[in-house]
Each structure stands twice: as structure tokens, then as C-alpha cells.
Design a binder for this molecule. Structure first.
Ligand SMILES: *Cc1c(COP(=O)(O)O)cnc(C)c1O
Length: 382
């Protein structure tokens, strides 16, 4: 038996996948066993069931599952025929996959700044970036607003800019799947959306997985063809260059169980985030959710005065409180991406030096959260 004192000092998980596993274990074991018994590991019936449930949840006409969030983004660009000479606008403050898929199809990512309050794409910077792309001889084609850290992007501002310039809107909802903007869930906003079921995302499976969402009927057969080697009517006819990007049946079975409790988990995350905000607002810049938006709190990220972040991380580490920095390097300063065009990006650069994320998951109890908050307050007072 461990004593109370040691449990006080026990390391806290950054994202507690095990608590959810304890809650759902038996259900998921049954669902996975049923796939094992059926031996339909690829395109089993669970995949179609999940796709129907995901579409209904998101309020989108179609959900097409796939092997990862990155594949979901790539499948959309490939299905739209985006290629050399095309500009795709991506925030500079995001996970690399948002922009990574753009050179995959031969197009050019153009980096856009984010807003200091929500960390999501800044529509004024998007306007400037469109001008920069045109001046570089590129054709503006797609904007990928990211629902960063779980919060729906500023679609009020971005959709009109996209419409004015004829851009398609691809929502990268890898972090913000389940969040809402003006009552619509991510997945139903824009021309198409991509999400990820990587285990640490708000809705994660037990491996890699992802999905595409769209209301565009004509895109569905193309996405499905791209997902399976560009197949035509016959499985062994190849009408386009595609990829292998199916979601495994086992992961679909896991996700059917997890989607069932997802609304409940989003509500729990929201309560935990609100509590963090109340307890930390006087010592750090706490996250803001814009009017009309909600967040699934993929990350709970605070902002500190320049130069304080790494000392906080070290002090918390000593107390068994893990932290993470999303993101330390803005996309335009990454060695692989520095050659692409960009607007000026002062907010992205500042955020990369000042943000730090605290443990966040649906099963973070008040006592553990109090321990985290106390450690943060102690460290910032020092
Ligand atoms: C995780 C993530 C992705 C990629 O998802 P994978 O399933 O890991 O390929 C894309 N965009 C953003 C913003 C992400 O956070």
C-alpha cells in the first residue's frame, strides 16, 4: 500500500488515457474481440457504422474514415486536385501536419499569423498572405484554419475572406473535433474538414486513425478512391494516383464505444478548463474562448511573460507535474518549411516563446488539479 504522502508526490499524467480505459475497458474489449472473431480487419462493418455516427455527430452529410489526421488532410487536397502553382494558407502556429501535406501534392504552403487571444488564424494576416502568394506568382486555392488546442477557429472572419478570394476552406479539426462555432460542430463548417484519432486527441483511438468530413456529395467517391489506391469501379482499375489510407476495423470498433461518451468528456474538459481559468487568471494569461465558439480543450495552454516558461516547466517537473510546449518553433522557422512564403508573423513568434500547456483530460479530478495549480502558483511566485 502506498501512503498518502507518496501519492501526493506521485507523477501526474499529462493526458490520462488509462482512466478512460478503466471506464470503457469491458465495452472496448468486447468490441475488439468481436472484430477479432469476425476476421474482417479491413473494411469490416464497424467502419461504415462509425462513419454514419461520426457524420451524425458532426452534423455533416458525409464522414469518410482514414488512417490518420495527416492522411485526412492529404486526401482532401488530392481530391480537390490541388497541385503545383497553388497556394494553401496555413497558420504558422500549429502542428506541422497542417502544412506538411501541402508540398506532398506539389503545392506551396503560405504561412499566416494567428490571433493573440485565441491562438487561431488571423483573417487580416490571411488577406495579406493572399497578396504575398499572388505576388509570388501562385494561385490562391485553399485555406486551412486550424481549431487550435480544441477551439473552433474564427470562421466569422475567415469564411468571408475565403469567399471573396474563391478559396476552399479545409478545417483542420484534428484538435477541435466536437467543438462548435455558432452552434455548428467542426466537421460541418467549410468545404471539408479533417480530424485525427491519435490517442492523445480529444477523441482518440488505440492507434492511428482519422476522418474526412464534407457536405459535398461529388467529393465522396473521389475521397474513397484516393483512400484505396485511386481505384475505379473495379478494385483493380486505377483511375488516379491514390494511397492506402483506410481506418482499421479494430480502431473503428474502439471509436464507436468512445464516441458514445465523447459529449460527456467534452463537458468534463470544459468544467476543468473553467476551473483552471478561475484559479490561474491572476498569475498567467489564461486561454480565452471567443464569443460564439466552444473548445474541446485538446490542450490547456497558458501564456507567461517572456523568459519565464522554461523555469516553470522545470519547477513543475520537480513536483511531478508534467508540462508540454505546443509549439516551440513556428512553422516558418522550421528547417523544412523556411523556404515557403509567409506574412509577417509576430504573434506566432511570441507565442512560441511564451506558451506552456498543463495536464488536461476528462478525468482530471479536483484534488489533482489543485495540486497542479498550487505548484504553478508556487513556481510563478518564486
Ligand atoms: C495531430 C494533428 C494532425 C495530424 O494528425 P495525425 O493523426 O497525427 O496524423 C494534424 N493537424 C493538427 C493540428 C494536429 O494536432
Amino acid at each position: 500500500m502506498t501512503t498518502h504522502v507518496t501519492s501526493q508526490m506521485a507523477p501526474i499524467p499529462f493526458i490520462d488515457v488509462a482512466s478512460q480505459r478503466a471506464r470503457l475497458g469491458a465495452r472496448i474489449d468486447r468490441a475488439v474481440t468481436s472484430v477479432l472473431d469476425s476476421c474482417r480487419f479491413i473494411n469490416g462493418p464497424e467502419v461504415a457504422i462509425l462513419e454514419e455516427q461520426l457524420a451524425a455527430f458532426a452534423g455533416a452529410k458525409h464522414a469518410i474514415t482514414c488512417a490518420s489526421g495527416t492522411d485526412a488532410l492529404a486526401m482532401i487536397l488530392m481530391s480537390w486536385g490541388i497541385g503545383p502553382g497553388d497556394a494553401v494558407f496555413c497558420p504558422a502556429f500549429t502542428f506541422c501536419a497542417t502544412a506538411e501535406v501541402v508540398p506532398w501534392v506539389g503545392a506551396t504552403p503560405v504561412f499566416v499569423d494567428v490571433k493573440a487571444d485565441t491562438f487561431n488564424m488571423d483573417a487580416e494576416s490571411l488577406e495579406r498572405a493572399i497578396g504575398i502568394a499572388k505576388a509570388a506568382g501562385l494561385t490562391p486555392k485553399v485555406v486551412i484554419p486550424v481549431d487550435l488546442f480544441g477551439q473552433a477557429a474564427d470562421y466569422d472572419a475567415i469564411l468571408p475572406v475565403a469567399a471573396a478570394h474563391g478559396l476552399k476552406v479545409l478545417d483542420d479539426a484534428a484538435q477541435g473535433f466536437g467543438a462548435q462555432w455558432r452552434g455548428k460542430r467542426t466537421g460541418s463548417i467549410g468545404d471539408a474538414a479533417a480530424t485525427s484519432f491519435f490517442p492523445a486527441k480529444p477523441l482518440g483511438c488505440y492507434g492511428d486513425g482519422g476522418a474526412v468530413f464534407t457536405n459535398d456529395d461529388s467529393l465522396v467517391p473521389i475521397l474513397k478512391s484516393v483512400r484505396e489506391h485511386g481505384q475505379g469501379v473495379d478494385k483493380y482499375e486505377n483511375v488516379r494516383i491514390g494511397m492506402t489510407a483506410r481506418l482499421d476495423t479494430i480502431q473503428a470498433a474502439v471509436l464507436i464505444e468512445k464516441l458514445d461518451i465523447f459529449p460527456d468528456e467534452i463537458a468534463a474538459r470544459d468544467t476543468i478548463a473553467a476551473r483552471y481559468n478561475t484559479l490561474l487568471a491572476d498569475v498567467a494569461i489564461v486561454p480565452t474562448v471567443a464569443e460564439g465558439a466552444t473548445s474541446t480543450w485538446a490542450q490547456y495552454t497558458i501564456r507567461l511573460a517572456p523568459g519565464r516558461r522554461d523555469a516553470l516547466a522545470e519547477a513543475l517537473r520537480k513536483e511531478g507535474v508534467p508540462t508540454a510546449v505546443y509549439y516551440r518553433i513556428p512553422m516558418h522557422k522550421q528547417p523544412a518549411y523556411a523556404r515557403f512564403p509567409a506574412d509577417r508573423l509576430p504573434v506566432s513568434e511570441a507565442l512560441c516563446a511564451e506558451v506552456i500547456s498543463l495536464p488536461m483530460h476528462a478525468y482530471l479530478d479536483a484534488a489533482t488539479q489543485d495540486r497542479i495549480v498550487a505548484a504553478v502558483r508556487r513556481a510563478l511566485a518564486a
